[in-house]
Design a protein around this ligand. Structure first.
Ligand SMILES: Cc1cc2nc3c(=O)[nH]c(=O)nc-3n(C[C@H](O)[C@H](O)[C@H](O)COP(=O)(O)OP(=O)(O)OC[C@H]3O[C@@H](n4cnc5c(N)ncnc54)[C@H](O)[C@@H]3O)c2cc1C
Ligand code: FES
Length: 265
């Protein structure tokens, strides 16, 4: 009988510090996935944790994870070196509904380390740019230092993705916005009858929905959220990830905004 918990191994090809607490790991392995699907990545003796895939779904040679050092598993992964191996299960979950998004204006909202699934979605949009209307990324972080993958963001801007960056604590040289300001609305020109939103990162999401997406005229049914709740098994066995009557690992991590339990933990 197949052991569902048996992982594969992936070799670390590159490690890059993206901020004081977040590292990008490039893993030499082919992974077929949809943006917002996740893997269970682990280190022997420390366990596993779910991480969204951050690279292009069209990349066949490797895939990227961006991992914030917050606890047991992420800290063990942060201590690894180039050439070491980590364990991988997956990809799991549903991913963003790419067919439904087709032809529409898209507003993406992300906070801090919620950027990986959005980064992967943007790479997908850029590869299929003519199939989509106007595309916006609203990305907020505590400080400018916490804005990840700045070089990639610049490239996206050149590929017809309108980028709006905000920080909570601006430094004197900061040229973007401060906080999740309603001011951003005037920068966004969409057809609300044919637009969707894609979000990741629980903390600032409620605020973004109330201050930006609802005033833009987007109904909850067209706001897709990748929900990063605690998980263990990733395959519907342990009940750690329930939200209402759904499992984030099986039914999600992407839900309509009106489907999710708003008690973020
Ligand atoms: C679908 C999905 C995708 C995700 N994608 C990403 C991603 O791309 N990048 C990323 O960095 N994260 C991502 N996460 C979040 C990541 O899986 C969690 O942060 C995970 O808990 C990290 O595991 P850990 O063992 O390192 O931390 P944990 O040990 O689980 O700690 C996580 C948090 O719990 C707190 N904590 C730990 N132990 C205790 C305790 N005993 N008492 C009180 N508090 C405690 C820690 O301080 C920390 O804030 C994702 C989660 C999901 C569900
Ligand atoms: S993580 Fe075990 S049921 Fe979802």
């Amino acid at each position: 009988m197949k052991n569902l918990y048996q992982p594969n191994f992936a070799k670390i090809e590159k490690i890059e510090a993206l901020s004081p607490s977040v590292k990008l790991l490039r893993l030499r392995k082919r992974l077929n996935f949809i943006p917002a699907q996740f893997v269970l990545a682990g280190v022997w003796g420390y366990g596993e944790a779910p991480f969204g895939v951050a690279s292009s779904p069209y990349e066949k040679r490797y895939f990227d994870l961006m991992i914030r050092d917050v606890g047991m598993v992420s800290s063990a992964i942060h201590s690894l070196k180039k050439g070491d191996e980590i364990t991988i299960r997956g990809p799991y979950g549903n991913g963003f509904p790419l067919e439904f998004l087709k032809g529409k204006d898209v507003v993406m909202v992300s906070g801090g380390c919620g950027i990986p699934p959005i980064a992967s979605l943007i790479e997908y949009f850029i590869k299929n740019r003519k199939n989509f209307g106007r595309i916006y990324l609203l990305y907020g972080a505590a400080t400018s230092e916490d804005i990840l993958i700045k070089d990639k963001i610049k490239q996206w801007g050149k590929a017809d993705v309108k980028i709006l960056l905000t920080v909570d604590k601006p430094t004197s040289d900061w040229q973007g916005y401060t906080g999740f300001v309603t001011e951003l609305i005037k920068e966004i020109k969409i057809n609300p009858l044919d637009a969707v939103a894609a979000m990741c990162g629980p903390g600032p999401m409620t605020s973004a929905v109330e201050k930006i997406l609802r005033p833009l005229g987007l109904p909850d049914r067209r706001i897709f959220v990748s929900d990063e709740r605690k998980m263990h098994c990733g395959i519907g066995k342990c009940q750690h990830c329930t939200t209402g009557d759904k499992y984030v690992c099986l039914d999600g991590p992407v839900f309509n905004y009106d489907q999710i339990d708003k008690n973020w933990d």
